[in-house]
Design a protein around this ligand. Structure first.
Ligand SMILES: [Zn+2]
Length: 276
């Protein structure tokens, strides 16, 4: 019994001698070792951030470089999508067959879609977003004798910006919509409610167009930003395709002042103007 008691006592002594004293020895180095390792990378990351930000304007200013990997927040957009049904698809294909110089694939779903390369800004010359939405909603053109000879497809736009700057989405960005001669197969159209002397476009519309252009250009391979009034200058670029050399219009929208105001707000994005 004495032997057993002695062994038990020794075991207890070992535990007392080896256990509790060992704990602080084991834990202390962990605290000392980990603290600098955790904090050191944080200091390195913080030190690098100003370097990353400082490089951004340099990338944007170089228009020959690939589009910068921007993360641009989406502006608030109200979805008021118009139907792109079989009738609109059929009329779009007919329009493209008559006007594009490049051959179509024969796959209507594919031929009515695009990779956008340009953004064209417009004004509706009407007072309300609702009237514009109603005008664009039909698949077939009506009341536009100047355009009817060139095809029955109705006009439209991908986005509609109201006078208070509210942005409505009317068509997905990859759908071909009729809004600018020679560029419909590569251009996203943005209509602004109002225009001209009766309804001068507003500062809120300038801000909304700039935010929209910046956001689109951050996701799509856009190279050109233009106003409808400038579209004929795009004939000097490979983007322009129109079979009929007599099918041209003269457009005032959305005004040179509006284009200058929007361009000033997105100058850092590096989009080209049409050739002079
Ligand atoms: Zn226009």
């Amino acid at each position: 019994m004495a032997t057993i008691a002695m062994v038990t006592l020794l075991a207890a002594c070992r535990a007392a001698d080896g256990g509790p004293p060992a704990a602080p020895v084991t834990h202390a180095p962990e605290v000392v070792t980990h603290a600098p390792v955790i904090h050191a990378p944080e200091a390195v990351i913080h030190a690098l951030e100003p370097v990353i930000h400082a490089q951004a304007p340099v990338i944007h200013a170089d228009t020959t470089a690939a589009p910068p990997p921007l993360v641009v927040p989406a502006p608030v957009i109200v979805d008021t999508l118009l139907p792109f049904g079989p009738e609109r698809e059929r009329l779009t294909v007919a329009y493209l067959r008559a006007h594009r110089t490049a051959a179509l694939t024969g796959d209507d779903a594919q031929d009515t879609r695009m990779v956008p390369r340009a953004i064209v800004l417009h004004w509706t010359a009407g007072p309300t977003a609702k009237s514009a939405w109603n005008t664009f909603s039909a698949a077939t053109l009506s009341g536009r004798a100047d355009l009817a000879d060139a095809g029955a497809l109705n006009v439209g736009a991908h986005y509609l910006v109201d006078r208070d700057g509210t942005i409505q989405r009317l068509f997905p960005e990859d759908r071909i919509v009729r809004h600018t001669i020679g560029l419909n197969h590569v251009a996203i159209g943005v209509e602004n409610v109002g225009g001209g002397a009766d309804w001068p476009l507003t500062p809120a519309q300038v801000d909304a167009n700039a935010a929209l252009v910046r956001w689109i250009a951050s996701r799509q391979p856009i190279t050109h930003l233009l106003g409808h009034l400038e579209y004929r200058r795009m004939e000097a670029t490979p983007l322009f395709e129109e079979r009929d050399p007599t099918y041209r219009t003269s457009k005032p929208d959305p005004g040179a002042d509006f284009m200058a105001a929007v361009r000033a707000k997105v100058a850092d994005v590096g989009l080209a103007e049409p050739p002079k």
